[in-house]
Design a protein around this ligand. Sequence first.
Ligand code: ATP
Length: 297
Amino acid sequence: MQSLTLSAVTKTYDGATALDAVGFTVAPGERVALLGHNGAGKSTLMKIVLGLIPCDSGRVEVLGHAPGSTAARAGVSYLPESAAFHPALTGLEQLEYYLRLRGESPALAMRLLERVNLGAAARRRIGTYSKGMRQRVGLAQALIGQPQLMVLDEPTSGLDPVSRRDFYAILDELAASGTAILLSSHALTEVEARTDRIVILSGGRLMADDTLAALRHRASLPIRLHVTARPDTVATVAARLSGSRRNGVGIDLFCGHDDKLARLGDIAWLGSLIEDVEIVPPSLEDIYSHFSRRAAE
Ligand SMILES: Nc1ncnc2c1ncn2[C@@H]1O[C@H](COP(=O)(O)OP(=O)(O)OP(=O)(O)O)[C@@H](O)[C@H]1O
């Protein structure tokens, strides 16, 4: 059974279409990134999955149940983009409060805070926390009850690079134990490395739904071969590798997937004139622009 199934989901606000026949699935243990420009429909989709708003038509199944039903809510957790907490409560008190609301033992609060690296600050008021620390309280809250599906709306905005890495390490652990994760983000570089599948929305329509490798293949964008020549050979190397672009001792060649090996052969042929070569595939940013642009055409 899929953890989340959306099929032909459509939603309009006062006649304006926010989601147009969107369909995709998230399997247990899968980490899926939901990408799209501002207004693409990401938050609308998440609200429908959480059962906060209904869709106009289509089918949504959350852990095999209707969104917002008691059974679905028991297995789903949510982290909004800017989690707001009571500034006068300590992190520990806030977590104990959420645990009681979910019918769990408040004694679990400290363990959850330690898991998100907030053990030392647990007895400080949330009003004194940084934005990153508040976001981690939000993550601790989302971990209550070992959710089977986590819905995370731009979860790493406001986190520093180390906190982001720690955050994704926790998501990896959860996914490894079978939790399905749907997260929206504008930080494409981090999503590229830390998710299994990419869903791209544009103007409420689904433009792409696949692994990064498959999207890369479909987009067939040029691959960059970055060649570093020895300082005294750069002009010769640039001339021999026709179609290249020079930048100091670096020389860039662009080629398609199918002629990559032939181009690498040309480079290898130059032997000791070359110091190094790096293969740079199109980034998620390039792929995202490709599929989003297609939507506008
Ligand atoms: N309550 C509402 N009433 C009317 N229109 C709405 C409402 N909520 C969202 N919309 C519209 O629906 C469209 C999709 O909005 P949504 O918030 O889902 O996009 P998003 O992808 O989450 O954007 P962002 O990245 O800015 O959060 C937008 O055109 C938005 O203006």
